[in-house]
Write a protein that binds this ligand. Sequence first.
Ligand code: SAH
Ligand code: DHB
Ligand code: MG
Length: 225
Amino acid sequence: MSESQLWQKVDDYFTGRLLPDAPDDALAAALRDSDAAGLPPIAVSALQGKLLQLLAQLQGARNILEIGTLGGYSTIWLGRALPADGRLVSLEYDPGHAEVAVRNIARAGLDKQVEVRVGAALESLPRLADENPPPFDVVFIDADKVNNPHYMEWALKLTSTGSLIILDNVVRGGRVADPDNTDPDVLGTRAALDLIGSHPRLSGTAIQTVGAKDYDGFALARVLA
Ligand code: SAH
Ligand code: DHB
Ligand code: MG
């Protein structure tokens, strides 16, 4: 058995023990319809989605911002952490992805709380800021990695003390730490990590993960006063 197969096996084990009901609900349908529509299979895993949900609950989140919706799978996990009057704004560039996501989110019963905004996030973010929304308690950054430093800057503008910023895909099989790798996505993630490490208003860390998403990881940053 390869390392990757072993990681998948343990993920299957944890999923069976810890999330026995997850495959039966709207989440399974969201993945099925995303696949059927030809969306890439790059959503967070079920265990990772549950982690996002727990983190949002620990934050007592009432307002969540997501950058990179895809088919709305992570959106549903995060949206389920919200109280009835909570709100999640998710930004998606691809109108086809957004269309699939909107259906998946409605089937999950979250259409009152969740709003998908179509367009390049760097255009949607200033518009969102112009609306003076209440500070977002959680920001999940999971779109085009080249723009990660810009997304971190916007996340800082749109949050307040105690907010949590989560950045996906910071490891990418180890490419982040390979000095010979100058892929724009890797450079974007490195710049975002440098920002977390050096910014006076951020306290952060990063965690490496294995499993259904192979070898990758998240960075987490708490917004300070
Ligand atoms: N968060 C999702 C996965 C997101 S995949 C989940 O875990 O379920 C990344 C998404 O970001 C893709 O749907 C892609 O179309 C979108 N994206 C890429 N560039 C973008 C941009 N500039 N602005 C907004 N979304 C973008
Ligand atoms: C890719 C993007 C993601 O957000 C992810 O979680 C996994 C893979 C990708 O573009 O390959
Ligand atoms: Mg991701």
